[in-house]
Design a protein around this ligand. Structure first.
Ligand SMILES: Nc1ncnc2c1ncn2[C@@H]1O[C@H](COP(=O)(O)OP(=O)(O)O)[C@@H](O)[C@H]1O
Ligand SMILES: [Mg+2]
Length: 237
């Protein structure tokens, strides 16, 4: 039904937030299409709005105006409950600081979201996902018993286990040392290759990773941060 729709379609997305000094225009009319199977790196200086754009595209933040469509489904027209349900099944997110649930084992961190989705054999699938990221021997470890790289692998397994339409990652290697970060980046691209889905990611800290996406979408480096008027430009290559 939605086969021809881009995996991600942002249409004139604006985000204005209130601050003590008055309204701040964080996203000033962003339009961007990402096709199924594409990987896109979001590049820009600190404070240019990369995380904000990612949060809006992933449905975690509502834009002030504009449309956000994931695989043809308009997130901006969904109620809170259906958006939450849609996000759980169709959108995977990996954060810089892992965001695992500390009281759950690696296996539970991956399996519980699958259970919430009504997936049969959630624990069996979670085990397979963790084995796929090289953590088959760490299933019963709690996050505090895992290294940063291992925790991010669990987060990757958790994000990709429901086979989402889109996998977002916001500086997923930002808290890791260079070698570990490179391993996590490799894993991310391997998961993408496996799923053939789109992976927009913020690669500011990953010089190697920034070379690998099919496409980079950047915000002009000289925009006025204070007035918050980023002018997006995209380049293909
Ligand atoms: N809740 C908020 N209220 C007001 N301004 C915010 C809020 N969150 C972020 N900002 C501002 O939005 C801009 C973009 O932030 P962010 O998306 O985190 O940028 P990046 O990820 O590119 O570093 C920054 O100038 C930041 O100060
Ligand atoms: Mg950021």
């Amino acid at each position: 039904m939605h086969r021809a729709a881009p995996a991600i379609a942002l249409e004139d997305v604006r985000l204005t937030l209130a601050s003590a000094a008055g309204p701040v225009n964080i996203l000033a009319g962003i339009s961007l299409n990402v096709d199924a199977g594409e990987t896109v790196a979001l590049l820009g200086p600190s404070g240019s709005g990369k995380s904000s754009l990612l949060m809006v595209a992933a449905g975690l933040e509502s834009p002030t105006s504009g449309h956000v469509r994931i695989a043809g489904h308009d997130l901006t027209e969904m109620g809170e409950d259906s958006l939450a349900r849609f996000r759980r099944g169709q959108i995977g997110i990996v954060f810089q600081s892992f965001h695992l649930i500390p009281t759950m084992t690696a296996l539970e961190n991956v399996a519980v979201p699958l259970e919430l989705l009504g997936c049969g054999d959630a624990f069996g699938r979670a085990r397979a996902e963790l084995e796929a990221v090289g953590l088959g021997t760490r299933l019963d470890h709690y996050p505090a018993q895992l290294s940063g790289g291992e925790q991010q692998r669990v987060a990757l397994a958790r994000a990709s286990a429901p086979q989402p339409k889109v996998l977002f990652a916001d500086e997923p290697t930002g808290n890791l040392d260079g070698a570990t970060g490179a391993e996590v980046a490799d894993l991310l691209f391997a998961l993408h290759a496996r799923a053939n889905d789109a992976v927009p990611r913020d690669a500011r800290r990953g010089p190697g990773a920034a070379l690998r996406p099919h496409r980079a979408a950047g915000q002009r480096a000289h925009h006025q941060r204070r007035t918050g008027s980023p002018h997006p430009s995209t380049s293909s290559g």
